[in-house]
Write a protein that binds this ligand. Structure first.
Ligand SMILES: [Zn+2]
Length: 415
């Protein structure tokens, strides 16, 4: 690919956090700049459920992430392509991300939880899903065959298919197709899987290079390699070295996704292993992380961006963030709270509506409940990560961390 097409994507590391791998940075994409660390809200099917894209912009979201698997099944990547790409399709002018679909297709049939079992002795390529579970996905060295959760039809993703879909979806940042393992897999399986993911990463780069040339009239799309290796230090470090070293005819990864099985207890350690091996001049995205304590750990250990469905998913079940922890708005104590959910929150919901009104909306099962609660939760998490970024710049990250976490988890206010 020519330097001309590529120069629309770049990354610059800015301020280093004292005594840790954390830092601030700036990702430049064809659709705008992302100041990092940043939380990227998830709009699975090209919509953050219940909320206008305009509202997501107003609440400070710098970019949105959609899922390739879901958009592949519905409406189909060709339709998104014809619409002018993901951002244009959903009326979002800022940067966009798509994931590869790897996690979704491999977790099919097991409730989207990472419950994939593997015993080395009985290792067979197609035995990925735990016994007793409805096996909707089969992985082999070439790709994954799976059943649609919508209509049971059979589909197959390979590295080339995933990259093809993501080029059609047109997001600014895409992810390589990887095998997402779980903490339940044996070390032997993790090793084999890591090599499979490395070979898939090479194929993703080749296909990405080919499609970038073929579609040179489109804005440049950056491709991030996804690092697996579960809880094993040698495997994690190997993944980071392998994928950052890949170069297929001049095509290299533009950044990296830190993925796979991440034990909460070891999250910081695992992220630090990866970030110690990765080059400083490329951004790192921590996949599927959105709890406040995990975000602090991720930022401190060197991740730039994060995505998670949790803030919006929880909001729709009436669980909202406050400075004193997560609370449930259906609790009767909110029936007469004629003040905002959180006095210190600057979101549209807290500026205009009371907890009592949200309590009523949730009890009455009104759609507006989801909209208002989602705006609040997304703003809470986006703002929290923005505050971490400012704190790194101002040299008071550790104070912010101690103050916020001390208060948030002290009360254990609710679910
Ligand atoms: Zn709020």
């Amino acid at each position: 690919m020519s330097a001309q097409t590529k120069k629309t994507f770049s990354y610059e590391k800015k301020v280093q956090l004292d005594g840790a791998l954390g830092h601030t940075g700036e990702i430049t994409t064809p659709h705008g700049v992302i100041q990092t660390p940043a939380f990227i809200p998830v709009g699975t099917k090209a919509t953050v459920k219940a909320v206008l894209p305009e509202s997501m912009g107003d609440l400070g979201a710098q970019a949105l992430l959609a899922n390739a698997y879901h958009l592949y099944l519905q409406p189909g990547p060709d339709i998104v392509d014809e619409a002018g790409g993901l951002g244009k399709f959903m009326n979002w002018s800022g940067p966009t991300f798509t994931d590869s679909g790897g996690f979704q297709v491999l977790s099919l049939g097991v409730g989207f939880k990472k419950v994939i079992a593997m015993n080395e002795d009985t290792f067979r390529d197609d035995q990925v899903i735990a016994e007793g579970k409805d096996r909707l996905a089969h992985v082999d060295d070439d790709g994954v065959t799976f059943k649609s959760h919508l209509d049971g039809s059979i589909h197959r993703f390979t590295p080339e298919v995933s990259i093809g879909i993501q080029h059609q979806l047109g997001a600014d940042i895409m992810f390589a197709f990887d095998e997402c393992t779980t903490l339940h897999n044996t070390r032997g399986y993790q090793q084999k899987s890591l090599e499979r993911t490395r070979l898939w990463a090479k194929r993703c780069l080749v296909e990405h290079g080919r499609l970038t040339e073929l579609r040179s009239d489109k804005p440049y799309q950056a491709l991030f390699g996804v690092l697996q290796g579960a809880q094993y230090e040698d495997l994690r470090r190997k993944a980071a070295k392998d994928l950052s070293g890949l170069d297929e005819d001049g095509i290299t990864f533009d950044g990296f996704g830190l993925g796979g099985a991440l034990d909460k207890e070891k999250l910081g350690t695992i992220v630090s292993w990866l970030c110690e091996e990765l080059p400083d001049n490329k951004p790192r995205h921590l996949l599927g992380i959105g709890e406040p304590d995990d975000l602090f750990v991720g930022v401190e250990n060197g991740a730039d961006t994060f995505d998670c469905v949790a803030p919006s998913r929880q909001a729709r079940t009436s669980a909202v963030f406050t400075k004193d922890g997560r609370v449930n708005l259906t609790n009767s104590k909110y029936q007469r709270q004629f003040s905002p959910i959180d006095e210190s929150c600057d979101c549209y919901t807290c500026n205009h509506y009371t907890a009592a009104y949200l309590n009523h909306l949730f009890k009455a099962k009104e759609m507006l409940a989801s909209t208002l609660a989602t705006i609040h939760n997304e703003r809470f998490i986006v703002r929290l990560v923005d505050q971490m970024r400012d704190a790194i710049t101002n040299g008071d990250f550790y104070d912010l961390k101690a103050d916020f976490l001390g208060r948030f988890y002290a009360g254990k206010a609710g679910a």
